[in-house]
Design a protein around this ligand. Structure first.
Ligand SMILES: Nc1ncnc2c1ncn2[C@@H]1O[C@H](COP(=O)(O)OP(=O)(O)OP(=O)(O)O)[C@@H](O)[C@H]1O
Length: 267
């Protein structure tokens, strides 16, 4: 697994400071990036995967500056950007594009190990039986799982996901997050995932980084994510069932990590 180091990262868009001197280091973990809309989550992920150039600061993977070492980074987007008309298998196989080039990817000229990797990745996300189904015939959740498989086929040194379940219903969102977490575990890849659903974040994250107005508000381990931290992050949070859960747990300050406790962030 890799160690990602973000050091004094600042990104300015004209007058807007999207990231303001943010530093953290993550290693061998499934880390969730939390923050309300505009907090800087997407900018952070885009700086890490090289889509956006930071104004200042550094990003390192295993001590090497990312812009120099250019490691393979698997990126999963809210809109999965799949090729609709072709199968889940071919979409997953395009993850090897970085290594083999576009034409070989489309015409399946990859070597046997790429094809095996695509099938293994589909198995990891529970879609081996659907490998030859067109993605246009799949549900949103299944399509996102194909997106995860495609990222795995890249054999990434780091897995990033920007609001990967934002457009899914709660049940599908949980399923997809379960597969994403499993994928990161099976492939032993450090993952950084931005989410706005606090209950899902609390259920799946090992560690939580909170951004507010581009600044690092907290960086805490599982078990240290308290309702008051969430309040600081979002201002007003409505919790459903949390009081009962906490009364049962006997811990009013500790966040309930069960899937039943529902947290809603008021816009
Ligand atoms: N290309 C851009 N040009 C100018 N301003 C930008 C650009 N991208 C982001 N911003 C601004 O930077 C700030 C952080 O935006 P960012 O998209 O990173 O936040 P976010 O936490 O991902 O929000 P959301 O969940 O809504 O995507 C916002 O004020 C946003 O308007």
């Amino acid at each position: 697994m890799s160690t990602l180091t973000v050091e004094n990262l600042t990104k300015e868009y004209g007058d807007v400071t999207a990231l303001d001197d943010v530093s953290f280091e993550i290693e061998d973990e499934f880390v969730v990036l939390l923050g309300e809309s505009g907090a800087g989550k997407s900018t952070m992920l885009r700086c890490i995967n090289g889509l956006t150039e930071p104004t200042s600061g550094g990003i390192y993977l295993d001590g090497e500056p990312l812009d120099e070492s250019q490691p393979s980074i698997g990126m999963i987007f809210q809109q999965h950007n799949l090729v609709d008309g072709v199968s889940a298998y071919l979409n997953a196989l395009t993850g090897s594009l970085e290594r083999t080039g576009l034409l070989s990817s489309i015409f399946q000229w990859q070597d046997r190990s790429d094809k095996l990797r695509a099938l293994e990745a589909l198995e990891t996300v529970g879609l081996l039986d659907e490998a030859h189904q067109r993605v246009s015939q799949m549900s949103g959740g299944q399509q996102q799982r194909v997106g995860i498989a495609r990222a795995l086929v890249q054999d990434p040194a780091l897995l990033l996901a920007d609001e990967p379940v934002a457009s899914l219903d709660p049940a599908s969102a949980e399923t997809v997050m379960g597969y994403l977490r499993k994928a990161a575990g099976v492939h032993e890849v450090t993952a950084l995932v931005s989410l706005h659903q606090v209950n899902i974040a609390a259920h799946f994250g090992d560690r939580f980084i909170g951004l507010r107005d581009g600044q690092l508000l907290f960086d805490v381990e599982r078990g240290e994510l308290t309702p008051s931290l969430i309040d600081d992050l979002y201002g007003s949070v409505e919790t459903v069932g949390l009081a009962d859960q906490n009364a049962r747990n006997g811990s009013p300050d500790r966040m309930d990590l069960s899937a039943d406790a529902e947290w809603r962030v008021e816009a």
